[in-house]
Design a protein around this ligand. Structure first.
Ligand code: ATR
Length: 284
């Protein structure tokens, strides 16, 4: 489809930005649905975040994804921020609604959809979450609302404690936090239905790393990894061998993208097109 005077402009801002998969995913979706829209990546330096938000209004950019390191920095320049993004102090999606900039966080809903769509509904289940960084916080906030119990383990245990405190205060849910030690992982896994790795461990180039020993995995466990490069992390490979149910990082990637897509276009995203596009790109 050619770009015309009517083409709607979308994009992603971050720094660095050249490795973002968002342009490929969203352009594939626009093309499949024959929408006259284009999605670009913009490298925005820290000192230009406010200018970028003014530019979004001035140039009538219809939607933006926001990635590292600007997820919190954009907030003061938005007109509205939804409750989830406010609690997490992180926005990954901005919708320009006739000049009003509205911020959302779709990472948590992306993780929830990834589980639900892969027959692993976390409702009433015991969830063990590894990590307490940006992505982990969003996942924890959404899954805590569904799970019967949430255990958060993080290398920096203070981060896990702070996250658990926020969840307890805002959701009045039972949340346990501990340091991410081998012993705590092994022990907590015994009482878990769903394990989510929301740390960066296992990401290229350190593809032989996993925080979980293969022999701790069992068939009645669901294992989700948010690392999508490689698509099959060591954790996912070990989980498959243990006959556990697996949900790889591409699932969360496409479902958080699909949630942004729907906010912007008010249409269902073509999830299968996005999945195949992401897999093709990552297997290059
Ligand atoms: P993201 O936005 O992808 O979540 P982040 O906010 O930098 O990135 O979070 C990275 C997460 O991976 C953190 O939970 C981090 O643990 P710390 O809070 O202790 O830094 C975790 N992480 C990264 N490398 C790790 C490692 N080698 N072992 C254990 N956890 C690790």
């Amino acid at each position: 489809m050619g770009i015309t005077g009517k083409t709607r402009v979308y994009g992603v801002i971050g720094d660095p930005i050249e490795h973002s998969l968002s342009p490929i995913l969203h352009n594939a979706a626009f093309s499949y649905l024959k929408l006259d829209s284009v999605f670009l990546a913009f490298q925005v330096k820290k000192e230009n975040v406010e200018n970028a938000m003014q530019g979004m209004r001035a140039l009538d950019i219809h939607g933006l994804n926001v990635t590292m390191p600007h997820k919190s920095a954009v907030i003061p320049f938005l007109d509205e921020v939804d409750q989830t993004a406010k609690t997490l102090n992180a926005v990954n999606t901005i919708h320009n609604n006739d000049g009003r900039l509205c911020g959302f966080s779709t990472d948590g809903i992306g993780a929830l959809k990834a589980l639900e769509e892969n027959n692993a509904d976390p409702n009433g289940k015991r969830v063990l979450l590894l990590g307490a960084g940006g992505a982990a916080r969003a996942i924890a906030y959404t899954l805590a609302q569904k799970a019967s119990e949430l255990v958060i383990l993080n290398r920096t245990s203070r981060q896990a404690e702070e996250l658990a405190k926020v969840l307890k205060q805002t959701l009045s849910k039972r949340v346990v936090s501990k340091a991410l030690t081998r012993g705590n992982v092994q022990e907590s896994l015994k009482d878990s239905d769903i394990l989510v790795n929301a740390t960066s461990v296992g990401m290229k180039p350190d593809v032989n790393q996993s925080l979980v020993e293969a022999e701790w995995l069992k068939p009645d466990l669901t294992v989700m990894d948010i690392v999508y490069n490689p698509v099959e992390t060591k954790l996912i490979k070990d989980a498959k061998l243990a006959k556990a149910k697996v949900v790889n990082g591409v699932e969360m990637l496409i479902h958080q993208g699909a949630a942004s897509f729907t906010i912007w276009t008010n249409q269902q995203a073509p999830v299968e097109v996005m999945r195949q596009t992401a897999l093709k790109q990552l297997q290059r």
